[in-house]
Design a protein. Structure first.
Length: 248
């Protein structure tokens, strides 16, 4: 029994370490992808046809090739693509759930399609992605399908619907707990507003106390006027009225 337990513990330990290693590998690859995308330059020369191309990408020729491949294929939505895999690597390392690598790409593909369509319809022109525009090759092809006709039924409403849909699918793809997210937003708002409310309440309290103090002080002064001059008034009365002398 003890040997069986040791073997099970060893197997679990090795499995968890392998899953963590896989998560770290995805994390590293996503970091390189994100760096190559962020340092992409439209001035980079085509690397396939030149022996000594001009490359401004931080990761050199390979980074320029990869970033150009992503931007020309799916457009600006490539940035969310890299972020999804970055957070997926963190979640695999943290939760030890290898199923995430199969679950998250499903939502990733959905928001990539919608994102490419969104940029191709609303922001097609680009001064640095001159070949396929902000939506990439995928977006250009989708803009010629029935999906674009649905978008054109009401472009203003479709604009916000696409943004909301892309945002929701992106949050699901990174395994964001919706309840935790809303609770966090709620706590932040409560903290901010409660702080402002307490400050306002304290200011009103101080103002109220000052007003009461001034009112009481004025009442005391007004009440002291007739009583405070009683002695002086009596002295004046005494000086005003004299009894006749005996000689008179």
């Amino acid at each position: 029994m003890e040997i069986k337990k040791i073997l099970e513990n060893t197997s679990n330990f090795v499995t968890k370490r392998l899953i963590e290693l896989f998560g770290v590998l995805i994390l590293i690859l996503s970091v390189f992808l994100l760096i190559s995308l962020l340092s992409y330059s439209g001035n980079d020369q085509p690397l396939i046809f030149e022996d000594n191309p001009v490359v401004e990408n931080i990761l050199g020729q390979k980074g320029s090739l990869i970033s150009d491949l992503f931007f020309q294929s799916i457009g600006l939505i490539s940035l969310l693509f890299a972020i999804t895999f970055f957070i997926t690597g963190i979640n695999i390392f943290r939760t030890k759930k290898l199923i995430l690598i199969l679950q998250n790409p499903f939502y990733l593909i959905l928001y990539v399609i919608l994102g490419s369509l969104f940029f191709a319809v609303y922001y097609p022109e680009s001064f640095w992605l001159t070949i396929n525009g902000h939506g990439g090759f995928v977006g250009k092809q989708l803009s010629e399908t029935f999906l674009a006709s649905f978008v054109n039924l009401n472009r203003q409403i479709s604009y916000y619907l696409l943004i909301i849909s892309i945002g929701i699918l992106f949050l699901i793809s990174i395994n964001l707990n919706i309840y935790w997210f809303f609770n966090l937003i709620k706590k932040i708002f409560l903290k901010l507003f409660s702080k402002n409310y307490n400050t306002l309440k304290n200011n009103e309290k101080v103002k109220y106390e000052n007003e009461n103090f001034t009112e009481v002080y004025n009442k005391q002064i007004q009440e002291d006027l007739p009583f405070g001059n009683t002695e002086n008034q009596s002295k004046i009365d005494k000086k005003k009225f004299y009894l006749p002398t005996i000689d008179y």
